[in-house]
Design a protein around this ligand. Sequence first.
Ligand SMILES: [Zn+2]
Length: 109
Amino acid sequence: MSTITAYKCNNCGHVNYPRHERCLNCKERDFKEIKPTKKGKLLTYTIVNELPWGIDERGRVIGVVEFDNGIRAMGVVKADKLKLGMKLTSDWEEVRFQNGEVVYGLTFR
Ligand SMILES: [Zn+2]
């Protein structure tokens, strides 16, 4: 399973994602690479009805999820009922078809 990498500051512990040259919290440059855990909670979401070409759906829920280890990432939420703070499990799978190629991304359910 391919997935994202986040950068945890060795000085203050702040999790930076995506990568920044300096820690957003304390400006240090020393990081440790970490991977998202499998589970997280839904922080916020938006429902996108006008989807770009290549997505064969009526509407799509894009959510921001905070993983158990502090990484925050955006992905497609596949759940019938949406509630802020709900627990979600992440996957890495096909999210759209673009220029003849399958594009993979984070999904949560
Ligand atoms: Zn820091």
